[in-house]
Design a protein around this ligand. Sequence first.
Ligand SMILES: C[S@@+](CC[C@H](N)C(=O)[O-])C[C@H]1O[C@@H](n2cnc3c(N)ncnc32)[C@H](O)[C@@H]1O
Length: 362
Amino acid sequence: MPSLHRYPPTTDRSLRVSSQADELLLDWARQSLLTDVPTTVVHDRFGAVALRLSAPVQFIASYHSQEEALRRNAGGYLPANVARLTDASPVTHQALLRVPKSLELFEYYLAYLGVNAVPGARLAAGFMTRHFTPRLLEISARYAGTVTQSRARKKARLLLLSDLYLPAPESGPRPMLRNVIDYQGARYTQYYGVFSSQHVDFATQFLLDSWPDDLPAPASILDIGCGSGIIGDQLLRRYPAARLTATDDFSLAVASARENLPADRATVRYAHTLATVADASQELVVTNPPFHQGYENTLDTSLSLFGEVQRVLTPAGQFFVVANRHLNYATHLRRLFREVTVVRENAKYVVYRCGRSPVLTE
Ligand SMILES: C[S@@+](CC[C@H](N)C(=O)[O-])C[C@H]1O[C@@H](n2cnc3c(N)ncnc32)[C@H](O)[C@@H]1O
């Protein structure tokens, strides 16, 4: 069995690389799957299912960091049969899926697999019983001939779907499950599973409502964790001469942002770090940073991105962060930036403005 590690690494020792839901999926796979056709594996964050199957695997990657985790856990190379969720759906005979926290993303996965499912295709979806909701059954029933549940074992359970298919009107080369959000006279579309699906996130609105009028117009803007691109788009409207770079780890966020942002002024990168952003290239950096990864809460991702911001800001550049107050990012930001001020705060949210000058260590 390969030695598996989380990527990005975490200092939180309660976070695991695999769960009992993975073990249940693997046991079911050993007993029930055909070994002469590939098994499609979906939402397997670190490869804990895919890399322990003995049969051929078609891996579906949703996240850029997931691709890196798989590469590292596979011994340094990305297996050839990796497709992205934004690629055409592969032919699916049988599939193993870790149920994501977002029910919309769960539905997107079923639709994505249903596009090219062979007649009689089967799927097992693994979850921890505390995360069960009857909505899982309702959604599954729309994409499968029959849906049953396994018995629970060690607080995990499987949903077993037979005869996967894609119902009309979602047919086509890839499912187009999207939400539409109207905000400040603009219309944004976002694929299922992208952050804040029914309305513009309240922290995001707080940031945009608090935007200072005295900021010199930047020529370059970087929006980290852009989601469907709302912050970047609103700033491009405010600063007509600016160009935007936007990044997100989630492939469906990137696809949404590409549809929402003006192609002649914005570049959207599928990335989980700022490695492709040049040193001292950004006059304005902005983020509503991630602190959830599915069911897990962690500051690790945000803090690592904040560290990279120091490098990409111009000497006079400004960095804006909006966050839930209770996360107390100020402590962390003050370790990285000499000037950290609160632009606005209320009972729930706070907007920080940071100047680049790094804090010098002795
Ligand atoms: C709080 S949401 C904000 C989304 C969007 N900016 C908004 O305001 O609606 C955080 C976003 O960060 C993305 N994300 C998570 N980890 C990331 C990383 N390492 N690099 C870039 N984006 C990341 C998530 O996919 C999510 O879209």
